[in-house]
Design a protein around this ligand. Structure first.
Ligand SMILES: *Cc1c(COP(=O)(O)O)cnc(C)c1O
Length: 220
């Protein structure tokens, strides 16, 4: 099937309240343009340099989402245009995003990444670290970022029960902190689910799915 067919097929399955991020990492601009021509306007990349190159070459009505792990020293390359940063996993990084956002007189939307998988290699905060971050004075003083939700990645496994448990856990944290609303915190977006597990993620309460290979084909 073509990229357009894959995209339309996936979109036809998504409930209205679920946003699709087309994960285009490693794929050439021509592939992204095919998705763009089929109506897709939200793209996710996991490397800042690659995202910036694509942003420069592509139509300016695209929303670019950074879904990968972010190094503090690279934040400056994307503040100008990035729409949502999914993988924020420390106060230090949030501080750096806020600092650059001030320079650009911008307000940057972020998701905090929560560690829900078994694998230690996956990034993210645990629940205590999340609480500490949100309760810190430093966070409360950041006026140029807004935490609009949470993001998580389940363990890479065929065990559906385990994946469900991890998604349910993330949803429970999301619901708990949803009540907390301040000038720079309002949890509305729950980013969970990829090609292999997005249906389950939606059943567990996801509002944003990040789908790559099911749209663009496998990556090397
Ligand atoms: C690559 C990636 C995806 C998409 O993965 P697929 O299995 O190709 O859909 C989603 N989220 C993150 C954080 C990724 O790095």
């Amino acid at each position: 099937m073509s990229i357009q067919e894959n995209l339309l097929q996936i979109k036809s399955q998504l409930p209205n309240h679920v946003t699709l991020v087309a994960v285009s990492k490693t794929k050439p601009v021509s592939d992204l343009m095919e998705a763009y021509e089929a109506g897709q306007r939200i793209f996710g990349e996991n490397k800042i340099q690659e995202m910036t190159e694509k942003w420069q070459q592509m139509p300016k009505d695209i929303e670019w989402h950074m879904i990968g792990h972010v190094q503090s020293n690279k934040v400056k390359y994307m503040v100008e245009y990035v729409k949502l940063i999914h993988g924020v996993d420390s106060l230090k990084l949030l501080k750096e995003i806020n600092r650059h956002a001030i320079r650009w007189r911008k307000n940057i939307n972020c998701l905090l990444q929560i560690h829900i998988a078994e694998e230690e290699t996956k990034f993210g905060l645990d629940e205590n670290e999340l609480a500490d971050l949100l309760n810190s004075e430093e966070f409360k003083e950041m006026n140029n970022i807004k935490v609009i939700g949470l993001m998580g990645m389940a363990t890479f496994t065929d065990n559906q029960q385990q994946i469900k448990r991890e998604f349910d856990f993330l949803k429970s944290i999301f619901d708990k902190y949803k009540q907390l609303e301040t000038s720079n915190l309002k949890l509305e977006t729950l980013s969970m689910g990829m090609s292999g597990d997005y249906q389950l993620a939606i059943e567990c309460g996801s509002t944003m799915v990040r789908i790559g290979s099911s749209i663009f084909g496998g990556r090397k």
